[in-house]
Design a protein around this ligand. Structure first.
Ligand code: ATP
Length: 286
């Protein structure tokens, strides 16, 4: 599915004109100015799956943040918007083919990480509550209790319950179980499958983080199916050869000058893997 047809960024001449007119003098960075114009990235024409490839610092995350903010997409974790971010957005333009569905969003590895931490801290909260309930149980079970007024009714219910149940059943009846802890890879995968719903534009920043090679391939299958059958469009920044090899993906190589469209087998990192495995192929036995 195609929602976003193209997106344009200012070239270095327009950026220069802007700075010449600037009266502000007190700033420590021009970001995101001068990042994408450095490699003459002027325009991205999208496919249902578009991938941004490039070395560290080439601007992949910047492209996603700029598009995400310009389109006002939802996101969980905030990012460091610089002084000039809004000015930069004013120089960008885009064309939608179809109206953007409301579930469209940006998903970063920080979101996935926060999700894992949240599960952990919720479980810690549940553990702490459990300990206080164990004490509660002993208190209630062996209490010398007499009901004197209706105000004691809640306490009576507790005492009766404690006398009727074993300690662990009492605690269980008072509290939800811990949320199941999945491995980091499983949690990350769950996060993607919860957030990527049918019919939406999704910008994914290095989704391979925390995923094993097997899970990355599972994610590829999930993303390919979502794009082919479930009305999703993806813009993905990645270093992962598994993601780069996605069927039908259009890849922008931000290391090239000017930034250029490439096949995944032409990319420098992918070729480095290829040469490495080919040179060691005799050490692999089936
Ligand atoms: N909030 C910011 N303020 C100033 N400079 C920034 C900010 N965010 C990123 N940069 C700089 O912009 C450049 C591009 O960074 P960006 O994160 O977009 O690259 P990337 O291709 O996603 O890199 P990586 O693969 O390491 O994630 C880098 O030089 C980075 O230091």
């Amino acid at each position: 599915m195609l929602y976003l047809e193209y997106f344009t960024f200012p070239d270095s001449d327009r950026e220069f004109d802007f700075f010449v007119k600037q009266k502000r003098t007190c700033y420590d960075s021009f970001y995101p100015f001068q990042i994408l114009s450095r490699h003459h990235l002027r325009r991205i024409d999208f496919e249902p799956v578009t991938i941004l490839y490039g070395g560290n610092g080439s601007g992949k995350t910047t492209v996603l943040n700029v598009i995400g903010e310009k389109l006002q997409l939802a996101r969980d974790s905030v990012f460091n918007r610089s002084n000039f971010f809004q000015d930069y957005l004013d120089f960008c333009d885009y064309k939608l083919k179809v109206r953007l569905p409301v579930n469209s969003r940006v998903i970063t590895s920080d979101d996935v990480f926060d999700y894992m931490l949240n599960i952990r801290s919720m479980n810690e909260g549940i553990d702490r509550k459990k300990e206080s309930l164990f004490e509660d149980y002993l208190d209630a079970k062996y209490a010398d209790f007499q009901m004197r007024s209706l105000d004691d009714y809640e306490r009576l219910k507790k005492v009766t319950k404690a006398r009727r149940l074993t300690q662990s059943r009492y605690v269980r009846s008072e509290l939800m179980d811990n949320i199941r802890e999945y491995s980091n890879g499983e949690s990350a995968f769950i996060y993607f499958s919860e957030k990527i719903t049918e019919n939406g534009l999704f910008l994914l920043d290095e989704p391979e983080n925390s995923l094993s090679p097997a899970r990355q391939q599972e994610l590829v299958k999930f993303l390919e199916d979502s794009a082919r059958f479930f009305g999703c469009q993806f813009v993905i920044s990645t270093h992962s050869p598994f993601l780069l090899s996605m069927r039908g993906a259009k890849i922008y190589d931000l290391d090239e000058d000017p930034a250029d469209v490439k096949r995944w087998t032409e990319l420098e990192n992918v070729r480095a893997y290829y040469t490495f495995f080919r040179d060691h192929s005799e050490e692999f036995t089936d």
